[in-house]
Design a binder for this molecule. Structure first.
Ligand SMILES: Nc1ncnc2c1ncn2[C@@H]1O[C@H](COP(=O)(O)OP(=O)(O)OP(=O)(O)O)[C@@H](O)[C@H]1O
Ligand SMILES: [Mg+2]
Length: 322
């Protein structure tokens, strides 16, 4: 299993894409009916199939182009490292001069473009040259300027459910001829937090016997200490977690725990399910969880303001306990 699972199992057809049924159905029918727009936005969770699906579309728009010649008609541009107006102008120029097949421009991390770059792109998005399709990919559609959004067809890629991920990982382990217990598959599916790729990375580690650093028991105790106002224990636990995680990750993980605990009290399944015996989450004080969550957001902001992360995280945890 030397190959990276996420690459080996990258879907090549719509039918292989998991957990995005509505979006895939809409895209397929738009392609069949010839109503697919010339400018699309794919938004949603990281590692949920945006780039994969954009490539499948490129292939569908070029049915006569051989697999190895597809790169001639698809330009994948990382907007995060091409944020400026000049970059956008260059992209537009390049399209004008290449005349092979149906050109597909995939703009990854589209929300990173500068405002001026967006403006330079606007006219082209509104009226792309014939035979050109733009696909903007983003995890943060709210950061795209409204004039861009309104010129594009929007397709959403949702978090993939735990049960879909679990079945998928069991299937892959089977194809690799490796043992994966249903419990381990479920654990990985929960930890993936909706991202097929994140789960595949964990699966790979698990299958190759690599130890996955798992601080969730420490977090469980830390959340309990904070909830119960036990400063001494909370500080000890934070210093234990800091051995393998940086302050920012710790505070972001605490945010998630308070969020998950809130959802659990409504019976939703979250990555912390195993820590709470059946029915025990009903006793959570939701307004207290809300309060802890917003305090965490404040502490996270403080972390950006100073390089002294140890002081911020420790003072932050004391504040959470009060
Ligand atoms: N819906 C899915 N069905 C099957 N495999 C998937 C799906 N989504 C992601 N994957 C797996 O994860 C890998 C990465 O997916 P992809 O690059 O399409 O994610 P993405 O949504 O573009 O992520 P990012 O936001 O990080 O760019 C793929 O190679 C594939 O193995
Ligand atoms: Mg991508």
């Amino acid at each position: 299993m030397s190959e990276v699972l996420a690459l080996k199992y990258r879907p090549k057809t719509f039918d292989e894409v998991i957990g995005q049924d509505t979006t895939v159905r809409q895209l397929k029918s738009a392609l069949e009916n010839g109503t697919l727009g010339h400018a699309l936005i794919f938004c949603g969770t990281r590692g949920s199939g945006k780039t994969t699906t954009a490539r499948i579309i490129a292939k569908a728009l070029n049915p006569n182009v051989a697999e190895n010649e597809l790169p001639m008609v698809v330009s994948e541009i990382d907007a995060a490292s091409n944020t400026g107006v000049d970059n956008v102008r260059e992209i537009i120029e390049n399209i004008r001069y290449s005349r092979q097949g149906h050109q597909v421009v995939i703009l990854d991390e589209a929300h990173m473009l500068s405002k001026n770059a967006f403006n330079a792109l606007l006219k082209t998005l509104e009226e792309p040259p014939p035979g050109v399709t733009f696909i903007l990919l983003t995890t943060e559609p709210n950061k795209l300027i409204p004039t861009v959004r309104s010129r594009c067809q929007l397709y959403e890629f949702t978090d993939v459910s735990v049960s879909t991920l679990k079945a998928y990982y069991l299937d892959i382990a089977g194809k690799e001829g490796l043992d994966l217990s249903p419990e381990a598959a479920e654990g990985i599916a929960l930890k993936a937090e909706g991202s097929v790729r994140d789960g595949l990375t964990l699966l790979q580690k698990h299958l190759s016997g690599e130890e996955i650093v798992d601080n969730s028991k420490l977090y469980f105790e830390l959340v309990g200490a904070i909830y119960g106002g036990d400063v001494t224990t909370a500080l000890d636990l934070v210093s234990a977690v800091r051995k393998s995680e940086e302050a920012r990750v710790i505070i972001q993980t605490l945010e998630k725990w308070f969020w998950w605990c809130s959802l659990e009290s409504f019976g939703q399944r979250t990555p912390v399910r195993d820590f709470f015996p059946e029915g025990s989450t009903a006793g959570f004080d939701l307004s207290k969880l809300q309060d802890l969550f917003s305090k965490c957001l404040g502490i996270e902001r403080d972390l950006y303001a100073t390089p002294n992360s140890k002081a911020v995280i420790e003072m932050g945890v004391i504040k959470l306990c009060l």
